[in-house]
Design a protein around this ligand. Structure first.
Ligand SMILES: O=C(O)CCC(=O)C(=O)O
Length: 166
């Protein structure tokens, strides 16, 4: 689909917001049609590849938070098209002020009904990378109103040590 590779017009205020606060909420990066189409493909693969089948009450806090499948681009050509889309890569490059980006991993996170919460945490500090000019894209595959527990960011926390165990 062209949409995966077409430019997305980031505004200077989007970029400034990201650099000051460490995140930015970009609306309508992908159409609901595209998300429904890839959502179905990704969901099918998650149910095939998921290995976490024990009951919720036997799981750790981390295991209760979501089903998790990584690097799905290796398993499915259509998912690869989604993950390697140039639109997302260009947004990341512009936010980080670099010419191009590398993918560290993709990750499908599926919250289950009655699953647990995700505790506050920072991820970047344990990635095996030489510097912290990194970004993650969280792409909801369905509408996630507040009562469904969408992602929340600790604003400007990129400037503090708290939550980083190094
Ligand atoms: O999607 C979620 O519920 C949590 C995502 C998360 O923990 C992360 O991206 O680091």
């Amino acid at each position: 689909m062209d949409e995966l590779n077409a430019a997305y017009p980031l505004s200077p205020s989007d970029i400034q917001f990201y650099r000051e606060r460490g995140y930015v909420n970009l609306k309508h990066v992908f159409s609901s049609e595209l998300l429904a189409c890839y959502g179905e493909i990704i969901t099918d693969r998650v149910f095939t590849l998921n290995k976490l089948t024990k009951p919720l009450e036997e799981r750790t806090t981390y295991e209760k938070a979501f089903l998790q499948v990584m690097n799905m681009w290796r398993d499915d050509e259509e998912i690869k098209d989604f993950v390697f889309g140039k639109r997302m890569a260009r947004i990341a490059a512009e936010l980080m002020d670099v010419d191009g980006v590398r993918l560290y991993h993709d990750q499908a996170l599926y919250q289950e009904p009655a699953g647990g919460r995700t505790p506050w945490h920072a991820d970047q500090f344990y990635w095996p990378l030489s510097n912290d000019n990194t970004v993650t894209a969280w792409i909801p595959l369905q509408p996630t109103p507040l009562d469904m527990g969408p992602l929340a960011f600790a604003e400007s926390s990129q400037n503090v040590e708290i939550g980083r165990n190094n």
